[in-house]
Design a binder for this molecule. Structure first.
Ligand SMILES: CC(=O)N[C@@H](CCC[C@H](N)C(=O)O)C(=O)O
Length: 378
């Protein structure tokens, strides 16, 4: 049997983006198939997997969800086990998330609890979003695998290993992707008056977008409009006829998302008039906020407080997005941060989570799950 460290390193080498996690799915299936199958039912969904572990005397089903996708980032860690998929990296820790889920699955399968468990290996968390369609599929095709309560964690580079952090209620923001295409007229650099320059239009729009949060959102509310990518033009002496802005919107309040989108649409219309061009907006995929079930989260933090090896923190909400919010929309549960002590943050090409988190978190999660299965107070 492979060590969990080996599994994490193997998975780290094969990052794949949303709904293309073919090798990842095959690797996970091989590991799952190597376990005693007596209590297991394994079903594939797209590039994801659902594993049901039958309890000894089940009255409920406890869910554990992990995301499985990587990011389109060129890794710069120089680790001996760095990504073999050029241009792709597990830069958000999903390799650690999967490994912990497999470790917990091994433990629960080896020494079952009274209740049943369902492990959801979910594709496409970074986009376009696997949680919502997976939830719908479970509801319609496999309601017997729908958990009564559900848990997930996310690595947190800023905390040391052994730290868990979460909060009752809102933890992560509402999100929407944002893609804006500006189409004008390309032409010779020496004759600007015969063109409609989309580099200038995009630059102007980019700056105007920055006024939304500062001038249209109540300062006591919170929002983010980030343009992470801006492309325009072909070569230095041709005026660009096409530019594209790619970004993301984050809001703490679901209604604030509408306010931000209304302002974006107004500024795009104004850009069309000002620069005599066509501007098209595509909101891509959006995620519902992650809102933890309050009583369960208070109990979780109490459990963590009493756990010998754990530092527990009631943290602030963050502008991160997570499609786990779609599971919590219908199923009680919570998401928590787990410290991995890296000077480089999430989505950074040098992110290097401390693998000790695996040996800490599997027993922590196992004892938490066992404590829940001994109670029927939810
Ligand atoms: C935990 C994390 O980093 N999640 C991602 C989710 C991305 C959602 C979507 N693709 C977007 O960019 O809006 C995040 O960036 O917060």
């Amino acid at each position: 049997m492979k060590t969990l460290q080996q599994i994490r390193r193997d998975l780290h080498q094969i990052p794949e983006i949303g709904f293309q996690e073919v090798k990842t799915q095959a690797y996970l299936l091989e590991e799952i198939e190597s376990l005693h199958q007596q209590r297991l039912t394994v079903v594939k969904w797209k590039t994801g997997i659902v594993v049901h572990v039958k309890g000894l005397n089940p009255t409920k089903t406890i869910g554990w969800r992990t995301d499985i996708d990587g990011l389109p980032i060129e890794e710069q860690t120089s680790l001996s086990y760095e990504s073999t998929h050029q241009g792709y990296m597990h830069a958000c820790g999903h390799d650690i998330h999967m490994t912990v889920a497999l470790g917990l699955l091994r433990q629960i399968n080896q020494t079952p609890i009274n209740d049943s468990m369902v492990f959801l290996f979910q594709p496409a968390e970074e986009g376009p979003g696997g949680a919502l369609p997976m939830r719908q599929w479970l509801k319609t095709q496999h309601p017997e695998f729908l958990p009564d309560i559900i848990f997930a964690f996310h690595i947190a580079p800023e905390y040391p290993v052994g730290t868990v952090a979460t909060r009752p209620g809102l933890l992560f923001a509402n999100t929407s992707e944002l893609f804006i295409d500006l189409r004008g007229v390309e032409g010779h650099a020496a004759f600007p008056h015969r063109t409609k320059d989309m580099s200038v239009a995009a630059a102007s729009l980019l700056l105007q977008l920055q006024t939304i949060v500062s001038r249209s959102i109540n300062p006591l509310d919170s929002a983010v409009v980030t343009i992470g990518k801006m492309t325009s033009g072909t070569v230095q002496n041709i005026i660009s006829g096409h530019a594209r802005l790619e970004g993301t919107i984050r809001t703490m309040d679901a209604q604030t998302m509408d306010t931000v989108k209304n302002r974006i649409e107004a500024l795009c219309k104004a850009t069309e008039i000002a620069f005599e061009c066509q501007v098209d907006i595509d909101y891509g995929s959006g995620y519902y906020q992650v809102s933890n079930t309050p009583e369960m989260t208070v109990d979780f933090l109490k459990f963590a407080d009493q756990h010998q090896a754990t530092i527990s923190i009631e943290c602030d909400a963050a502008m991160t997005g997570e499609d786990f919010g779609y599971f919590l929309q219908e199923i009680p549960g919570l998401l928590f941060w787990a410290g991995v002590d890296s000077i480089y943050g999430l989505h950074n090409a040098k992110l290097n989570p401390d693998e000790k988190v695996i040996d800490y978190l599997v027993p922590f999660a196992e004892s938490y799950i066992r404590s829940l299965s001994n109670h029927d107070n939810f």
